[in-house]
Design a protein around this ligand. Structure first.
Ligand SMILES: *[C@@H]1O[C@H](CO)[C@@H](O)[C@H](O)[C@H]1NC(C)=O
Ligand SMILES: *[C@@H]1O[C@H](CO)[C@@H](O)[C@H](O)[C@H]1NC(C)=O
Length: 196
């Protein structure tokens, strides 16, 4: 979260977009054949994918000019780029749900809670450690909502849903649900990993 703006991936992507979205997109698509086979052979006919997003997605939007390093990206803020990457997680999760829901994939996205962890290490907020100990939730609690999506019996029905802490169904920003935007992002991501 919010690393220095100079930091990009080895391939020149914005570090947060590359790490939080594109790398995970690639991992998920590489695993997809195994997930689909697993869904077919499992008793409930399902395979679950849980995408960890954040409430910060609410302030996010997709600006293709910032996915790789560019003057536009340099003018953006690291928090804005964080919000964008978390927005992309939900757009992706919803598109995965649309494309593969009828083949047994149960794709969910969620906000895990505002947790006291290493995530804030780049943020220069005065009194951060005190704020963390007083107002943020302990790290292990941040696994609850994922476990609920990934392992509860009712989670089978959650394809395309967005969850909030602790272990509840919530509502993501409406903008994450635009199928045309999702198709465009999916195709962009496909092109990025096509020649690996
Ligand atoms: C979606 O979920 C998978 C499996 O949990 C995870 O590896 C990845 O972070 C998520 N993908 C995206 C693009 O958010
Ligand atoms: C990012 O999202 C957070 C949480 O919604 C919000 O407080 C913040 O203003 C956003 N930052 C930017 C730069 O959009």
């Amino acid at each position: 979260m919010a690393p220095p703006i100079e930091q990009v991936t080895a391939q020149g992507y914005d570090l947060q977009f590359g790490t939080n979205f594109l790398g995970h997109y690639y991992l998920t698509t590489l695993l997809l054949p195994a997930l689909l086979a697993g869904a077919k052979s499992s008793a409930d006919g399902k395979a679950r994918v849980v995408n960890t997003s954040s409430m910060a997605h609410i302030a996010g939007a997709l600006d293709y000019n910032t996915f790789k390093d560019s003057p536009k990206r340099k003018k953006s803020s690291t928090m804005n780029l964080y919000n964008q990457s978390k927005f992309a997680n939900i757009v992706f999760s919803n598109e995965l749900a649309r494309r593969f829901g009828d083949q047994g994939i149960v794709s969910t996205a969620l906000h895990p809670g505002i947790l006291s962890s290493d995530l804030q290490r780049h943020m220069k907020i005065p009194g951060l450690e005190l704020i963390k100990s007083m107002f943020l939730y302990p790290t292990p609690q941040g696994a609850l909502t994922q476990l609920y999506a990934g392992t509860s019996a009712e989670g089978i029905e959650f394809n395309g849903k967005y969850l909030i802490p602790w272990a509840r169904i919530g509502t993501a920003a409406a903008a994450t649900n635009d199928p045309q935007q999702a198709r465009q992002l999916w195709e962009w991501a496909e092109e990025q990993v096509a020649n690996i």
